[in-house]
Design a protein around this ligand. Structure first.
Ligand SMILES: Nc1ncnc2c1ncn2[C@@H]1O[C@H](COP(=O)(O)OP(=O)(O)OP(=O)(O)O)[C@@H](O)[C@H]1O
Ligand SMILES: [Mg+2]
Length: 565
């Protein structure tokens, strides 16, 4: 909440101006019935029209001031709320893009999306409405009561007697509705999650004809959201009728008292008008409570993210063996902190060498890369890059040594060249060499416009293998010290895969290569191969050594190559 208010600071002048103008407008509104009372009860009986001119002009001025003041102040408050929301969203977006992988896992992507969209909207509503009603409502309420005292003390006392009832009604109802709003936000997270899954998984849903199932699932989520919203509104909808009822009863009492005290028609009329104003003031306050409770809940959800420390801890750790470019020493790691996803992994790789990593799906291959590039930190053990513990190197410096094509990596809806260059302004020769080595040059030449060909969203206008080759080209283009290819050639035919490996060896002889694959043929020529099974290292060595010593590796090899050993 505090940090949300901090965002209002640059717009404080606009906001204060809105409040002042609103104040003037509301006071002008309050004066109107008093003038009316004066004209009807004191001037009309004198039967001299000229006497009414000045108070009449006064009424006109007050009406105009009330109208224009309200319009202008509302515009200013919307303007400051919009500016503030823009800044808040921008910072939140920036924060999210720097969050550590573990933090994203913790909050979850759908929840981040809804914090960025609906939560920031509620904060916007809170600020805009509070600026609009925050001044007007109390002035109408308190000013209305004071003015009725000015008009007629007895009628005012009757009115005052109603106020506690109305206040209690408003407070009780608003309090009851608040928990529903917090629940609504959680439901909205679920809806975004369901929506995301549906949109990104649209093909598989169609392929498996699971449309009906997904529709039912989505329906259930939206229904829950609707129900919670309905519950909140059902409670809130009591406010208006209940307060109106209490005040209407009060009105009857006012007229009775007015008649008994033989008050003038102008006074009764003025008191009735103040009654409506007081009611509006009450309802305004209850609206503020609602937007405040909703906005505060949302601001807190946003604040949790804004306060996350995205900086990765950089400390001093003992050095590793500088002869190795990559070294894992007794590395254990768990994503959830409960069961290990990697257990006691130890291996080392010489500069310029090639490491193959193989293992069944879920065995921990990608996790090795996640740790090496420090998307997550080890639970125990050490990972060294160039003899330095990865936790002692600033993350940007560490990652600048890598070029990586991740599993199911994404491409942007931009030109082929921009996808390879990726905003690094690389020399044309590097881009060409990368495209050629990645076996992408020939298909790029066949595209309309070649390098300038524009990719569709998610590169939907390329084949799976073409996409993979582009991500490999992107990884190579920066001429990295260490190249990581996670399952990056799985969609390539054997021949292209072999050509890719040859090109890597020829064109990037000094680059250290880490190649993750399901296919033995992709890794068997590597200097050493790491075999993983269920997060454990069950083999490490050359193809020949593993064929002799690692039963599982030999099994995979025979199954894939169809060769009796
Ligand atoms: N972000 C995450 N949070 C929690 N668990 C995860 C996360 N990422 C992976 N895991 C779990 O860690 C284990 C290893 O996953 P990993 O992605 O390393 O497997 P992999 O060998 O790369 O598999 P594949 O060949 O299918 O890519 C799996 O059991 C997986 O469920
Ligand atoms: Mg993987």
């Amino acid at each position: 909440m505090k940090s949300a208010l901090k965002y209002l600071k640059p717009y404080a002048l606009t906001a204060v101006l809105a409040v002042i103008i609103k104040f003037i407008g509301s006071v002008a509104e309050l004066v109107l019935p008093l003038l009316l009372d004066y004209i009807i009860d004191d001037l009309v009986p004198l039967k001299d029209v000229t006497l009414i001119i000045w108070p009449g002009i006064g009424m006109l001025v007050c009406s105009l001031a009330a109208m224009f003041g309200n319009i202008f102040a509302n515009r200013l408050s919307v303007k400051s709320a919009a500016g503030m929301t823009h800044d808040l969203r921008y910072d939140l977006f920036k924060k999210i893009s720097y969050l550590k992988s573990g933090q994203v896992d913790e909050v979850t992507v759908p929840s981040l999306v809804s914090r960025l969209t609906s939560d920031s909207y509620y904060v916007n509503q809170m600020v805009a409405r509070t600026l609009r009603l925050g001044v007007r409502a109390p002035i109408l309420l308190i000013g209305g009561i004071i003015m009725t005292f000015v008009v007629d003390v007895y009628m005012a006392l009757v009115l005052l007697a109603c106020v506690p009832f109305v206040t209690v009604a408003v407070i009780v109802i608003t309090k009851k509705s608040i928990p529903y709003y917090a629940k609504k936000q959680a439901c909205s997270d679920d809806m975004v999650r369901a929506m995301q899954e549906n949109i990104s998984g649209v093909r598989i849903i169609k392929a498996l004809s699971r449309g009906d199932r997904e529709k039912r699932k989505f329906h259930a989520v939206t229904e829950r959201l609707g129900d919670t919203d309905f519950s909140a509104k059902r409670v809130m909808s009591l406010t208006n009728p209940l307060t109106t009822l209490i005040l209407n009863l009060g009105l009857v009492a006012v007229i009775v008292v007015g008649a008994l005290m033989s008050a003038g028609a102008g006074s009764v009329l003025a008191v009735l008008t103040y009654f409506t104003m007081i009611l509006n003031g009450m309802l305004g306050l209850s609206k503020i409570f609602v937007v405040l409770s909703q906005g505060v809940a949302s601001a807190e959800r946003i604040q949790v993210v804004l306060e996350m420390d995205e900086r990765q801890f950089v400390g001093t750790y003992p050095a590793g063996n500088p002869d190795y470019i990559v070294e894992f020493r007794n590395v254990c790691f768990s994503y959830n902190g409960v069961e290990d996803n990697l257990t006691d992994i130890s291996f080392a790789l010489k500069r310029g060498g090639t490491l193959g990593i193989i293992g069944v799906t879920g065995s921990g291959k990608s996790t090795v890369i996640n740790l090496l590039m420090r998307f997550y930190d080890v639970s125990s053990g050490n990972i060294f890059v160039g003899g330095r513990d990865v936790r002692s190197v600033p993350p940007e410096e560490l990652r600048s040594r890598f070029g990586a094509a991740f599993q199911n990596d994404f491409l942007m809806a931009e030109s082929v060249r921009e996808n390879i260059d990726y905003g690094r302004n690389l020399p044309e020769s590097s881009i060409q060499r990368a495209a050629e080595s990645a076996q992408a040059a020939s298909f790029i030449a066949g595209l309309e416009g070649g390098m300038e060909y524009n990719l569709a969203q998610k590169a939907a206008n390329l084949s799976g293998g073409q996409k993979q080759r582009l991500t490999v080209a992107r990884a190579l283009a920066g001429d990295p010290e260490i190249l990581v290819l996670d399952d990056a050639s799985s969609a390539l035919d054997y021949e292209t895969d072999a050509a890719l490996r040859r090109a890597l060896a020829e064109n990037y002889p000094d680059t250290t290569k880490i190649i993750i694959a399901q296919r033995v043929s992709s890794v068997m020529s590597a200097d050493s191969i790491l075999v993983l099974d269920d997060g454990r290292q069950i083999g490490f060595g050359t193809h020949e050594t593993l064929m002799r010593e690692c039963e599982e590796y030999a099994l995979i090899y025979r199954a894939q190559m169809g060769e009796e050993v």
